[in-house]
Design a protein around this ligand. Structure first.
Ligand code: GLU
Length: 489
């Protein structure tokens, strides 16, 4: 292990966001390639919004993506634990106390009303809202006495004059004038610490060497660097990953509802496709190759190659990647993935699938080229699960069939011919023989195929017709043709 230590610090508030998954992947790959350590720290400082359920979902989601962590909460543990911020409160309190004693932090007693009035006045004067330093120079002895007497206060960080500059590993040189930075709140009334404060305390304690996170945190970085300095520690290297943008070029947000990992899993995007797609959100292998494995990503990923510009979340490309992944799967592997979708649609139970595995795999094989998402499969094969006398006819399929004037006679003659053929005849042989049967009778292909397809599956198109016959079996095929002769009359 090297001294390279990266981390992600997700807040367990709600669903597992794709942005978090991308940040995790980039950090994880960076550490993995370089023999570093990848730390998972749960940032549950927001007590009202954090839930154990959400934390469990994050752990499960990351593991599902194939991301493992070297140190983390619970059983994983590690030398710098605990890895849940809520369990590190004593450390945070001690750090705040130290900063207060050194005058780096100060107590501010300004009431919410005063701060609201201040902000409103600043907004009216077209100034950027900021704290005016009202309590900055109060005598520490007096403030200690007021605090001891029970007066409520927040702790603010005393931002010095000057500017902060750093070399962002993605964005290059970044500079912030301190005049633009407030004396920000480190600890709220009642003692709850803020993100900017605890994140630094914990990154210092956990010896984090590189911080790669979303660009939305860039504004926090100068505040954090000042705090590292105050704590006497070297700041880590920072790399801010580009925002993930919707097609409207606005930041993808939880609110827009299309960012939860679970939704993509439920919609049947394969794991490999999700991982592959996330790798492409701000990074490219060579500008040409879109499809690559996680191993290839790890082998090639460097933070310096991450783009600055926002990464547009192209859902069409995502779907295409998904379909491409499906086409590259083994039939058996794809069949395994489809089991829960088929069960959920109520077509077959897992036990039934197990009992008819060979048949199920043939069902799957016929759709492998046609689906882009696992979730598309049940609707495509549902005709095979309908009652033989009431297959749903698509209006288009029915219309095409009715165009064939001799449809009823043709279906009847074909059924009679089919009944005399061996049941175990393969789809290919039956197809060839059926075509010869059509030619011998001086007919055109659609004269049989249109009404036959309608009778068997009710669909205007789809998988090979003789594959359908073979999947249905002789009895069901003949029953469906019989029903078709009545229904298409
Ligand atoms: N809890 C923060 C987030 O989820 C962590 C940001 C950071 O990595 O510093 O956005």
């Amino acid at each position: 292990m090297t001294d390279l230590r990266v981390r992600i610090a997700p807040s367990p508030t709600g669903t597992v966001h794709l942005g978090l998954c991308r940040t995790a992947l980039f950090n994880w790959a960076y550490a993995k390639k370089r023999g570093g350590t990848f730390v998972l720290r749960i940032e549950d400082t927001d007590k009202t919004r954090s839930t154990g359920e959400s934390e469990a979902a994050i752990l499960k989601g990351l593991a599902w993506l194939g991301i493992d962590w070297d140190e983390g909460p619970g059983e994983t543990g590690g030398p710098y634990g605990p890895y849940r911020q809520s369990e590190r409160v004593d450390r945070h309190t001690a750090a705040a106390q130290g900063l207060l004693e050194r005058g780096i932090a100060y107590r501010c007693f300004c009431s919410t009303e005063r701060l609201t009035e201040l902000r409103e006045a600043q907004e009216k004067a077209k100034q950027n809202p900021r704290y005016d330093g009202h309590c900055r120079d109060l005598d520490p002895k007096d403030t200690a006495a007021r605090a001891a007497a029970g007066e409520e206060y927040v702790l603010r960080f005393r931002v010095p004059e000057g500017s902060t500059e750093f070399e962002d590993l993605v964005r290059g040189k970044v500079k912030f004038e301190h005049a633009e930075i407030d004396d920000w709140v480190m600890v709220r009334r009642g003692g709850a610490p803020t993100y900017n404060f605890v994140v630094v305390c914990d990154d210092v304690a956990m010896k984090i060497s590189h911080v790669f996170r979303g660009e939305e945190h860039l504004v926090n970085t100068p505040k954090q660097i000042l705090l590292y300095k105050a704590l006497g520690d070297d700041a880590p290297r920072f790399g801010h990953l580009p925002l993930m943008l919707g097609k409207d070029r606005k930041k993808l947000s939880k609110r827009s509802g299309d960012t939860a990992l679970g939704d993509y899993v439920a919609n049947g995007y394969p794991r490999e496709a999700i991982v592959n797609f996330l790798c492409l959100q701000g990074w490219a292998l060579d500008g040409e190759t879109d499809v690559f494995s996680l191993d290839t990503f790890v082998e090639n990923f460097d933070i310096a190659d991450v783009q600055k510009a926002g990464a547009v979340f192209d859902i069409d490309k995502f779907r295409w990647l998904s379909g491409d992944t499906i086409r590259r799967m083994s039939v058996s592997g794809l069949a395994d993935e489809l089991v829960p979708f088929v069960e959920k649609a109520g077509l077959m139970t897992a036990d039934e699938i197990h009992g008819r595995r060979g048949w199920f795999e043939r069902l799957v094989a016929g759709e492998q080229e046609r689906i882009e998402l696992f979730s598309e499969f049940p609707a495509r094969v549902s005709p095979f699960f309908e009652a033989d006398d009431s297959v749903t006819y698509d209006p288009k399929a029915e219309k095409n069939s009715r165009k064939q004037e001799a449809r009823l006679e043709t279906l009847a003659a074909y059924a009679e011919w089919l009944a005399g053929r061996p049941e175990d005849e393969g789809a290919e042989a039956l197809g060839a023989a059926s075509k010869a049967w059509i030619t011998d009778r001086g007919m055109k292909i659609p004269a049989l195929f249109q009404p036959l397809r309608c009778a068997l599956t009710g669909q205007p198109g789809g998988r090979d017709l003789f594959d359908c016959i073979s999947l249905l079996g002789r009895a069901a095929t003949l029953a469906r043709i019989g029903a078709g002769i009545e229904r298409l009359a």
